[in-house]
Design a protein around this ligand. Structure first.
Ligand SMILES: Cc1cc2nc3c(=O)[nH]c(=O)nc-3n(C[C@H](O)[C@H](O)[C@H](O)COP(=O)(O)OP(=O)(O)OC[C@H]3O[C@@H](n4cnc5c(N)ncnc54)[C@H](O)[C@@H]3O)c2cc1C
Length: 471
C-alpha cells in the first residue's frame, strides 16, 4: 500500500526528524507529518537556532563596542545595529538548516506529508489539514512538541505582550523591554536586547535568576547583568499587565509585599512552554496524559500499543522532563532503535547538559551543591575563576568560573557548573566525565591543552583537592 509505513512520526522538530532519520537508517519505511512550511520545529524555526544567531550578532556588536581595547579605530560615533541585516542573516541561517533537513529526508527516503495529523486508532494517522489522507502505520511516534504559555491574568496579544515566537521576529528594537521569567529563554533575550540597546528589566518570581542552576551561577549572572545595565527583580510577581497606546503598564509585587509599577514598550512572557496536543486525538484513544503531557515509560511507550511519544510533549512522571532539543533528539534515536528491535538503554536525565547562551554563557550538568547536600553526600567543592586564566585574559572575557561538586567519599564528580566564556562548549567534557563516572583525580590527570579555556575545568578539579595550580 502506497501510504503504509513502518513508522509514522507526527511532528518534525528535533525529536521527530531525528527519530525519522534513525528509523530510516535502520531500514524502516518512514513518513513524517509536519504542519509547518519548513522542517525542524521549534529549535530551528523559533528557538535554539534563531536565538543563537541573534546572540552572535550581539557578540559582534560587543566586540565592536570594545574596538578601542583591540586597537581598532572606528571613526565617528558609537556603532549601531541594523535590525534589517540582523534578521536577513538570521533567516539565512535558519533557512539553510531547515533545507538541510529536507535534503536529509530525501537522502533517507523519508516521506514528508505536509499537513496536520491526528491519531485515528488502530495504527491509523489521519492527515486532516493539508495533504489530506489516512496513513497506515505499524508504529506511530508522537513528537508534537511544545508552545509558549502564559500565566493566569496575563493575556498575550502578540504585539505588546509577546512570547519568544514574536520576540525572535521583532523588526524594530524596543526602547524598553520587560521580561517575565529568567529561565534560559528569558535571560538569552535579555542579553540580546540589552546589547542591541534596549532598556531591559527581568522579573523572576523565584528568589534568583536562572533558578535551576547552582546558586553561585545565579549570583554571578545577576552581578554581570547589573554591570551590563540589565535590571533584575527577583522574588517578584507580575500581578497586572495592561496594554496601553504606547506599550504595557505593569504592576508587580516585590518580596517586601509592596507594589511596584513599571512600564515598557514590550512585555516578553518567558514563563515556560506547554505541550501541543490539541486536536491530536490522544485522549480519544485513551492515551494516559498528565497535565496535558503524554505520559510515557522509560522507553517512550505511551499507554496505547504501538504509539510512542518523545520530546517536549512528554512526561515521564515525577520531576519535570527537560524541554531541550538535544533531549528530544536523544529520545528520538532511542525510540527508533527500539522500534527496529535493537537493544537500548534508558537515558540518564541527570547527565543532560543544560546550556544557556546569555552573556556570560552558562553550562552545567549533574547535581548542584545544594542538591548534593540534600541527598546526603559529603560534598567537596572546587572552583576556578576565568579571571586568572591566560586564555580568558587574551579573549578579554574574564567573568565567571567553573565549579565542580565532588562526593568526598569516592572522589566522584557529581556536578559541574560553569558560567563564563565558552561554557556551553566546555560542558561537553563534564558530560563525558559524569557519563564515565569520573573521579576528580581522573579529571586532574587528563591533560588539558594550554592555553585553552578548558584549563579552567582542570584547575577546578585540582581545586577540589585543594591544589589549584594558578590560584
Ligand atoms: C526561544 C527558544 C530557545 C531555545 N533554545 C534552545 C537551546 O539553545 N538548546 C536547546 O536544547 N533547546 C532550546 N530550546 C528548546 C527546544 O527548541 C525544544 O526543546 C525542542 O525544539 C523540542 O523538540 P520537539 O521535537 O519535542 O518539538 P518541536 O520542536 O516543538 O516540534 C514539534 C513539531 O510538531 C509539529 N506539530 C505539532 N502538532 C502537529 C500535528 N498535529 N500535525 C503535524 N505536525 C504537528 C509542529 O509544527 C512542530 O514543528 C529553545 C526553545 C525556545 C522557544
Amino acid at each position: 500500500m502506497a501510504n503504509a509505513y513502518d513508522v509514522v512520526v507526527i511532528g518534525a522538530g528535533t525529536g521527530g526528524y531525528v527519530a525519522a532519520i534513525r528509523a530510516a537508517q535502520l531500514g524502516m519505511r518512514v513518513a513524517v507529518v509536519e504542519k509547518q512550511k519548513a522542517l525542524g520545529g521549534t529549535c530551528l524555526i523559533w528557538g535554539c537556532i534563531p536565538t543563537k544567531a541573534l546572540l552572535e550578532h550581539a557578540h559582534a556588536l560587543k566586540v565592536i563596542q570594545n574596538a578601542k581595547e583591540w586597537g581598532v579605530t572606528i571613526p565617528a560615533g558609537p556603532p549601531v545595529i541594523d535590525m534589517g541585516q540582523v534578521h536577513a542573516r538570521k533567516d539565512k541561517v535558519v533557512n539553510g538548516l531547515t533545507k538541510g533537513i529536507e535534503f536529509l529526508f530525501k537522502k533517507n527516503k523519508i516521506d514528508w506529508i505536509k499537513g496536520t495529523a491526528r491519531l485515528s486508532g488502530q495504527g491509523g494517522v489521519e492527515v486532516f489539514e493539508g495533504d489530506k489522507q489516512t496513513l497506515d502505520a505499524r508504529e506511530i511516534v508522537v513528537a508534537t512538541g511544545s508552545a509558549p504559555r502564559s500565566v493566569p491574568g496575563i493575556e498575550i496579544d502578540r504585539k505588546r505582550i509577546i512570547t519568544s515566537d514574536e520576540a525572535i521576529h521583532l523588526k524594530e528594537l524596543p526602547k524598553s523591554l520587560v521580561i517575565m521569567g529568567s529561565g534560559a529563554v528569558g535571560v538569552e533575550f535579555a542579553s540580546i536586547f540589552r546589547r542591541f540597546g534596549s532598556e531591559v528589566t527581568i522579573i523572576e518570581l523565584l528568589p534568583r535568576l536562572v533558578p535551576v542552576e547552582d546558586e553561585a551561577v545565579s549570583a554571578e549572572l545577576e552581578k554581570s547583568f547589573k554591570k551590563q545595565g540589565i535590571k533584575s527583580l527577583t522574588g517578584t510577581k507580575v500581578t497586572k499587565a495592561a496594554v496601553t497606546g504606547k506599550g504595557v503598564d505593569l504592576e508587580a509585587q516585590t518580596p517586601d509585599g509592596k507594589t511596584q509599577k513599571l512600564s515598557a514598550e514590550i512585555l516578553l512572557v518567558a514563563t515556560g512552554r506547554g505541550p501541543v496536543t490539541t486536536g491530536l486525538g490522544a485522549e480519544d484513544l485513551g492515551l494516559e496524559m498528565e497535565k496535558g503531557y503524554v505520559k510515557v515509560d522509560q522507553m517512550y511507550r505511551t499507554s496505547a500499543p504501538r504509539i510512542s511519544a518523545i520530546g517536549d510533549v512528554i512526561t515521564l512522571g515525577g520531576p519535570g522532563h527537560p524541554q531541550l532539543a538535544h533531549v528530544s533528539s536523544a529520545e528520538g534515536v532511542i525510540v527508533a532503535e527500539r522500534l527496529a528491535g535493537k537493544e537500548v538503554q534508558p537515558l540518564n536525565y541527570e547527565h543532560v547538559p543544560g546550556c544557556t547562551y546569555c552573556d556570560p554563557e552558562i553550562g552545567s550538568v549533574g547535581i548542584t551543591e545544594a542538591e548534593a547536600k540534600k541527598r546526603g553526600y559529603d560534598v567537596q567543592i572546587g572552583a576556578f575563576p576565568f579571571g586568572v586564566l591566560g586564555r580568558a585574559k587574551m579573549a578579554g572575557e574574564t567573568e565567571g568560573f567553573v565549579k565542580i561538586v565532588v562526593d568526598k567519599k569516592y572522589d566522584e564528580v557529581l556536578g559541574v557548573h560553569m558560567i563564563g566564556p565558552r561554557s556551553t562548549e566546555l560542558v561537553a567534557e563534564a558530560v563525558l566525565a559524569l557519563r564515565l563516572e569520573c573521579t576528580a583525580e581522573e579529571l586532574i590527570r587528563t591533560i588539558h591543552a594550554h592555553p585553552t579555556f578548558s584549563e579552567a575545568v582542570a584547575e577546578a578539579a585540582h581545586a577540589t583537592h585543594g591544589a589549584a595550580i594558578h590560584m
